[in-house]
Design a protein around this ligand. Structure first.
Ligand SMILES: NC(=O)c1ccc[n+]([C@@H]2O[C@H](COP(=O)([O-])OP(=O)(O)OC[C@H]3O[C@@H](n4cnc5c(N)ncnc54)[C@H](OP(=O)(O)O)[C@@H]3O)[C@@H](O)[C@H]2O)c1
Length: 302
């Protein structure tokens, strides 16, 4: 893929998606990657200034407040980062020229319809995090002409770095297999895991193709968190990352209360977006194996 002479301002450069994006920058992209210490997304003036001063062709907003449960008690900060920052980028881009790729989430849906969500469906977030991301979508659409805005929703993001379910489960599998205890994991929330390397490729394809509108990108298939945890154990063992996988016990959401409510079924319908992006979706078990292959083998001396 190539993108001729595009200047791209990337936010959230040290997040899991931010790092994956930097690992596969297409030829022809001049990347300005900013972490929290260079640009505070809670500071809308600083976001506007960065666009005026750096004059990017695209802002790729991969930075976000992603702590779903903590957001319930930090609504103001979550809204500043997830709605205020994209709104500020959009307003500044509307004046200065340039486009926005805003990354969003399956948590903008309430998960009650029981079939995959299409990009154009109305939003109904359940918690503060989802509401703040939905507000980011609404405000960017209000500030920027439609042909200069691309909203890309994704789900259950994980990769070889950062904080995510896969890395947590690998650690817990190792601990519980050693102690003989089972792992209890929620089996009645269904979605689709998405590896950061496929999501990064989708973001770069959207930019290279100059896409606009709302896109959905997740890996292919469907899973519950329980299915994902079982696969992490099986494939982690096969990859030599675990001596043994722990037993995994399916439990209900009601048995594992969390501060934020989560959608029960938040699968994203990705067919039309995959065509627009020119990318095929790979089954999530396959991309999971690819992520696990990127992890270092455990130190046998410890
Ligand atoms: N993770 C998921 O399961 C998931 C699911 C669906 C959609 N998404 C969306 O995918 C995108 C990428 O998420 P991710 O998984 O890569 O998240 P992540 O690993 O949590 O990374 C988010 C990045 O944003 C940065 N950030 C947070 N607050 C900031 C602030 N005030 N100023 C500057 N930077 C700030 C963080 O900085 P620090 O590194 O300094 O904390 C971090 O580098 C986000 O838009 C997210 O909403 C994620």
């Amino acid at each position: 893929m190539s993108a001729t002479n595009l200047r791209v301002l990337l936010t959230g450069s040290r997040g899991q998606l931010g790092q994956a994006l930097q690992a596969c920058v297409p030829a022809g992209v001049e990347l300005i990657a900013l972490g929290r210490d260079q640009l505070d997304l809670a500071d809308a003036d600083a976001c506007r200034r960065s666009v005026r001063e750096l004059r990017p062709d695209w802002v790729l907003n991969a930075g976000a407040y992603t702590a779903v449960d903590r957001a319930e008690g930090e609504a103001e900060l979550a809204h500043a980062v997830n709605a205020g920052a994209p709104a500020a980028f959009a307003a500044a881009l509307a004046e200065a020229g340039g486009r926005l790729l805003q990354v969003s989430t399956d948590f903008v849906f309430d998960g009650s319809q029981g079939s995959p969500y299409r990009p154009e469906q109305p939003l109904a977030p359940l918690g503060v995090y989802g509401a703040s991301k939905a507000e980011g979508e609404r405000l960017t659409a209000a500030a920027l002409p439609a042909e200069r805005l691309c909203l890309l929703r994704t789900s259950w993001v994980y990769g070889p770095v950062g904080h995510n379910f896969c890395l947590t489960m690998l650690r817990l599998h190792a601990q519980r297999a050693a102690s003989g205890e089972a792992l209890s994991v929620v089996a009645d929330q269904v979605g689709c895991p998405t590896a950061t390397h496929t999501l990064a490729a989708a973001c770069w394809a959207a930019i290279a193709r100059g896409l606009n509108g709302t896109l959905h990108w997740s890996d292919a298939g469907a899973a519950s968190w329980y299915d994902f945890a079982v696969a992490i154990g099986e494939l982690g063992e096969a990859a030599g990352l675990l001596q043994a996988a722990a037993a995994v016990k399916p439990i209900t959401t009601a048995a594992y209360p969390t501060p934020a409510r989560r959608p029960a079924y938040s699968l994203l319908e990705c067919g039309t977006s995959r065509e627009a992006l020119g990318l095929e979706g790979q089954h999530w078990r396959r991309t999971l194996a690819e992520v696990l292959a990127r992890l270092p083998a455990p130190d046998a001396s410890r």
